[in-house]
Write a protein that binds this ligand. Structure first.
Ligand SMILES: [Mn+2]
Length: 329
């Protein structure tokens, strides 16, 4: 497609939590000169979608083009997308959705059908950045390297001996975790900066590394504190509480310290529960708390009010008891 056909005023909503989303937005910004303040980030939660929609709708009257990249759709968010799209279309807006995740039938029928272009549904070979690069006709050394990185992390096909790739992955991962817990406006400006760095053809910059290092220090300190206050529900579970930390790091540390097979960490700031195991299938336990996931990596939501935000030892023990009985059942 000719550059002009994408429209004059372009906005992007992209997936916030990994390089595929950031890379996709950067490619669109590079090719179509999208101002950084026109880029917004989604994480499958309603508040982020609402924030982005509200900001973008301020410009609806100008007849804008909206790109949505690297994000699928929850059936429960269909109404919100439809509302946004109807308003954009009413003013002659265009919508392009580029994704590679699984889409439910109803989402395809109701939402993809409203888009001018929708390349959506599961794609096992290409990540969103690769599809975006193909559509926009990129073929240069920097973009090819970027795509190698987004593909590697998105499809979990990393060569563990590749030290450079591992270092890049750690830097990215630390910042996405760090920023993911910031208030929406700060989160948006931090992520926009990353899009800016990538679109200036750098894989990262010194500020990016600084933030990653800062998060690593916070992460380590909090894990250390968590390890001093562990709970042992059931036969095989170790449980700890912390303000957000990196789940894989904290789980490994808890298992290593105690020799138990199932590590559960509760984020006391938002009540999310994160469970990891080496051997056990944790899905039945997660389901008892209304959660789910993969056998060795599950999540669930705890009602913080019910436990007074886990401020006291008694409240932590109360939850430990329930977790123990869930394991036993
Ligand atoms: Mn992706």
């Amino acid at each position: 497609m000719q550059k002009e056909n994408y429209g004059k005023k372009i906005f992007v909503m992209t997936h916030a939590s990994d390089m595929d989303g950031i890379g996709s937005a950067a490619l669109i910004r590079m090719r179509l000169n999208v101002p950084i303040e026109n880029i917004f980030f989604l994480n499958y939660t309603v508040p982020k979608l609402e924030y982005a929609s509200q900001q973008i709708l301020k410009h609806a009257k100008e007849g804008i083009t909206l790109f949505i990249t690297d994000t699928g759709i929850n059936s429960s968010h269909i109404m919100q997308y439809k509302k946004l799209f109807l308003e954009l279309k009413r003013h002659g807006g265009k919508i392009f959705w580029i994704d590679h995740h699984h889409w439910e039938e109803d989402a395809i029928k109701e939402v993809a059908s409203m888009c001018d272009i929708a390349i959506v549904g599961e794609n096992k070979n290409m990540c969103a950045a690769e599809i975006t690069a193909k559509i926009l006709g990129f073929n240069d050394a920097f973009v090819n390297e970027l795509l190698k990185i987004t593909h590697t992390f998105d499809f979990h096909v990393m060569n563990l001996k590749d030290k450079r790739m591992k270092r890049i992955g750690d830097i990215y991962d630390a910042c996405f975790t760090y920023y993911g817990h910031m208030p929406t406006e700060m989160y948006t400006s931090k992520l926009r900066r990353l899009v800016g760095v990538i679109s200036s053809k750098k894989l990262y910059d010194s500020k990016w590394v600084e933030d990653a290092d800062r998060f690593d220090r916070i992460n380590k300190k909090r894990i250390k504190k968590l390890l001093d206050d562990l709970y042992f529900p059931g036969k095989n579970i170790v449980l700890g509480f912390a303000t957000f930390v990196r789940t894989n790091d904290v789980s490994d540390a808890m298992m290593k310290k105690t020799g138990r097979d199932i590590a559960v960490y509760i984020s006391t700031e938002n009540g999310t529960g994160h469970m990891r195991s080496v051997k056990a299938n944790t899905i039945p336990i997660a389901m008892r708390f209304g959660g789910g996931g993969h056998p060795h990596a599950t999540g669930f939501q705890v009602n913080l009010k019910e436990y007074n935000n886990f401020k006291s030892k008694e409240d932590k023990e109360k939850f430990a008891k329930e977790l123990g009985s869930a394991e036993g059942s």
